[in-house]
Design a protein around this ligand. Structure first.
Ligand code: NIG
Ligand code: FE
Length: 418
């Protein structure tokens, strides 16, 4: 592979800094190089610095990427997505506009279970086609890595089908995918009323196969009193941990502190959502070193005003992460810049804090903080040229697509046509 140099960046937003997830005031330090440049070899960053310094060191055959005076950031790392499903839930969206609630629709057999029925009935190749379409949405939003959950199969056969689709997308080397098994996302139709038996099936029938075939790096559970209550969630997650999987959780989306306390107790890497978490839950997360993953697009799209307490979390020293929660029900968006806007407007995170949460902190939550999430020598060259003059414009001009060119490991994977 040849050498590559990215030149003419008005702001090279590197996020270079301490080698740990950023907390407190560290979240505001983006380590921006004005009129910066970057040198890349074999898909890895070799040097980052002021333009003149970098240009002096270039070999004659270096391929030049001219950022055209725009800004360059690390690719976003979206640490919570559900990208493999069949169909949409546009019908339920309409019902919600007419007054039905997400919980009412789910209680009536719709919601996640309606997507499960469609996903089970769809062949793997067709699911892969749909996932391709959504992968393109992530890339054009400036995202180069996603954490991708299963969870619309809820049987060994259908869950492994979904995880194979995630593996196929990752193997194409355009959008990096970190797979998570979410067999405990909902109680499927055939186990309604015998929830305990479904939890047993997840533990004894699904998890051992998933772990043996290395189809997932993480296991997630939707912890809510009426779905997977705390003791059941803990049992599933302990079984996953014993098989070598890392632990993430859907915690406190609708009820206070059930999930966060389990996350702290079982040593989860992340607790996600946290819309209802109280001070006790946050203190437990801090003590146990669990990273909060906040999903304001699902709050917005469900028409709720109950955003998570990001400021309190940052003040406590928690290394906050932001993600889209891309899924067909609560959050059908792949746009990280929309998430940045929601974080600044509704959770009072500064644009710099939000960008830190969407890049380096997210990378650490996926055990990839040493490889991606910032533009530093030695790291994989996942970077994006955004059409704006200042990083604060990313959340400020909300609702627009800003990415002009997206690079994964030094290769262009998306280019906006002229
Ligand atoms: O993170 N509530 C659990 N899971 C998703 C919603 C999935 C769906 O509605 O299809 C979430 O919001
Ligand atoms: Fe989710």
């Amino acid at each position: 592979m040849s050498d590559l140099a990215v030149i003419n960046c008005r702001q090279l937003v590197t996020l270079a800094g301490p080698r740990h997830p950023r907390t407190g005031a560290e979240m505001r330090e983006l380590a921006i190089i004005a009129r910066g440049a970057m040198r890349i070899r074999d898909g890895r960053i070799v040097a980052v610095g002021p333009r003149l310094e970098i240009q002096r060191s270039l070999a004659g055959d270096t391929e030049i990427v001219d950022a055209g005076g725009r800004i360059v950031l690390p690719g976003f790392v979206d640490a919570h997505t559900h990208p493999v499903f069949a169909g949409t839930r546009a019908d339920e969206y309409e019902q919600r506009a007419e007054g039905a609630t997400y919980a009412e629709i789910a209680a009536g057999g719709g919601g996640i279970r309606s997507t499960v029925r469609k996903t089970r009935a769809t062949p793997e190749a067709a699911l892969l086609d749909a996932a391709h379409r959504y992968s393109g949405w992530f890339l054009r939003a400036g995202t180069t890595t996603i954490e991708a959950k299963s969870g619309y199969g809820l049987s060994l056969e259908a869950e492994t089908k979904i995880l194979r689709v995630i593996r196929s997308i990752n193997a194409e080397r355009r959008l990096r995918c970190v797979p998570t098994f979410l067999g405990a996302h909902e109680i499927p139709d055939e186990y309604q009323g015998i929830n305990d038996q479904y939890a047993e099936a997840v533990i004894h029938e699904m998890l051992p196969h998933i772990a043996e075939d290395r189809l997932a790096e993480y296991c997630d559970v939707f912890c809510e009193p009426n779905v997977f209550p705390a003791p059941q969630a803990a049992a599933i997650l302990r079984a996953a941990h014993a098989l070598g999987l890392g632990i993430r959780m859907h915690a406190d989306q609708f009820s206070a502190d059930h999930g966060s306390l389990v996350a702290a107790e079982v040593g989860a890497v992340t607790a996600d959502h946290l819309e209802r978490t109280t001070a006790a839950g946050l203190t437990a997360l801090k003590a146990a070193g669990v990273q909060p993953v906040l999903l304001p697009a699902s709050v917005y799209n469900l028409g709720s005003a109950h955003y998570p307490a990001a400021r309190q979390m940052i003040e406590l020293g928690l290394p906050v992460v932001l993600a889209t929660d891309f899924n067909p029900g609560s959050s059908p968006t792949a746009s990280m810049t929309l998430v940045l806007s929601l974080a600044s407007t509704h959770m009072k995170m500064t644009p710099a804090e939000a960008i830190t949460a969407a890049t380096i902190n997210a990378a650490y939550s996926l055990d990839r903080g040493h490889e991606i999430g910032s533009l530093e020598p030695g790291k994989i060259a996942d970077f994006v040229i955004h059409e704006c003059d200042d990083y604060r414009e990313l959340p400020y001009f909300f609702g627009r697509e800003t990415a002009d060119a997206v690079y994964s490991a030094g290769a262009c994977v998306y280019q906006r046509s002229a």
